[in-house]
Design a binder for this molecule. Structure first.
Ligand code: HAM
Length: 419
């Protein structure tokens, strides 16, 4: 028998691993700027936890759970266990278990790591994938919802991607029932046009009908959540969108945006990339104000998101962005130039740039080939002539444009530091 990896699982190496690692690094750096602290949660939890949070009728719990089989039953851990399909339930459990809901409810947390869902694999959809997630507790205000999207927009800008933000509000326990009724009535009226899955959804979880991929046109005539919001929910949603506009986030309101998980209230959002195929949602999230209480904690508000790291990596590749590549490759020509070139590299690294010094045993052409191969933005060329005059040749590798600049001006010339 040959041992191969399981279907839907990936070995990440080479450019893919570099890309995924880079995105996680950048997301961490940005989370730190937003004063968010790391939390590490287990890979395995009680199945119960997911049933009670993600929702028993959600696809994730109904069809996609990996259950864990033990070799021996131990008394302390009776009951079924599952591999985590998402991070939110585990983070909420940990938050309650540490007593933070009562002792110190306002918490800003991030996590990063693999999630497992038994889904039909395709490009951008895997059975094990990585999420980088943020959960904010104890903040019922709209500003924090907007801040989550501003943070995602910072990451988008940092990675140099074009992404679209879609936002919606699902209302709260006061206004949701009226919407649900309207949706049920609409569903009954259009029963014969609805697909088989939607017949089921109508009984068990009518909101999910809006998510139907089989007949998008039909659902366009369905009631819209934002038309049923109570006054508080309307005001909340308006503040979110005002703050997004003020923060120059490119968003659209999508009144059909319901999410596949049951815990959401009020703000929901998805971030999509036009460069990807059908699996084009690279991050998603929203508010879940009742969840902490539902899992046995105090009545504390919650809101958050998770990034699909592999999907962001695919978006980078589709837009020919090579993350983690050097800002510059330093090329020294001759023994005298080498120590100075090494010093220049050292100073630029200290300033935060990613710098490779090419092998000085090779000629200019071979060193330039190396710079191309590693997709550096610039080559810095230093020979005897430049050395005497205190300058370097700065070649922009994208278009071959070359100019002479003083050694002291290199950092300014190669641009912004991406720490
Ligand atoms: P989700 O929409 O289920 O939300 O997943 C978030 C993101 O994870 C998706 O937008 C997608 O990029 C990525 N993702 C999901 N499934 C797969 C898959 N099979 N293969 C590759 N990538 C995938 C949540 O998980 C919520 N916990 C987000 C959240 C946090 N809401 C509030 N706080």
């Amino acid at each position: 028998m040959t041992l191969t990896r399981l279907r839907g699982f990936q070995d990440l190496m080479g450019a893919a691993a570099r890309s995924v690692g880079y995105i996680e690094d950048r997301a961490r750096a940005i989370a730190r700027r937003y004063a968010i602290n790391e939390i590490r949660i287990p890979l395995i939890e009680r199945l119960d936890l997911y049933e009670r949070s993600s929702g028993e009728t959600s696809d994730v719990v109904e069809k996609q759970m990996y259950l864990v089989r033990r070799h021996a039953e131990s008394d302390a851990d009776s009951g079924e266990m599952a591999l985590r399909p998402e991070g939110t339930p585990g983070v909420v459990r940990a938050y309650i278990e540490a007593g933070l809901d009562r002792s110190d409810p306002e918490q800003r947390l991030y996590y990063s790591g693999p999630m497992l869902r038994y889904e039909r694999p395709q490009k951008g959809r895997y059975r094990q994938f990585h999420q980088f997630g943020v959960e904010m507790f104890g903040r019922a205000d709209a500003a924090i919802d907007a801040e989550l999207m501003l943070m995602l927009d910072d990451l988008r800008g940092d990675l140099g991607l074009q992404l679209e933000f879609q936002v919606n509000s699902l209302g709260c326990q006061n206004c949701r029932p009226a919407f649900r009724e309207a949706l049920l009535a609409w569903g009954r009226e259009h029963y014969n046009e609805l697909c088989e899955d939607c017949h089921q959804r109508l009984e068990r979880n009518p909101l999910r009908i809006l998510d139907c991929k089989n007949d998008v046109r039909l659902t366009e005539s369905a009631p819209r959540t934002i038309d049923y919001l109570c006054e508080d929910c309307s005001r909340h949603f308006e503040t979110v969108t005002t703050l997004l506009t003020a923060g120059s986030v490119a968003y659209v309101v999508n009144p059909r945006l319901v999410r596949g998980l049951d815990y959401y209230t009020r703000t929901t959002f998805e971030v999509t990339s036009n460069a990807l195929g059908s699996q084009n949602t690279v991050a998603a999230g929203g508010r879940y104000d009742g969840l902490v209480e539902q899992l046995g904690g105090a009545a504390v508000a919650g809101t958050g998101f998770a990034i699909g790291v592999e999907r962001l990596a695919l978006a980078l590749a589709a837009e020919s962005i090579a993350p983690g590549s050097p800002d510059a490759v330093v090329i020294a020509l001759g023994d005298k130039a080498l120590p100075v070139a090494m010093n220049i590299a050292h100073d630029l690294r200290a300033a935060g740039f990613r710098i490779e010094v090419a092998s000085p045993d090779r000629g200019l052409k071979a060193q330039l080939r190396r710079a191309d191969r590693v997709k550096a933005r610039f080559a810095l060329i230093l020979g005897d002539n430049e050395l005497e005059r205190g300058v370097v040749q700065l070649r922009r590798l994208g278009d071959g444009n070359q100019s002479e600049i003083p050694t002291g001006g290199i950092a300014a010339a190669i641009g912004e530091v991406r720490d």
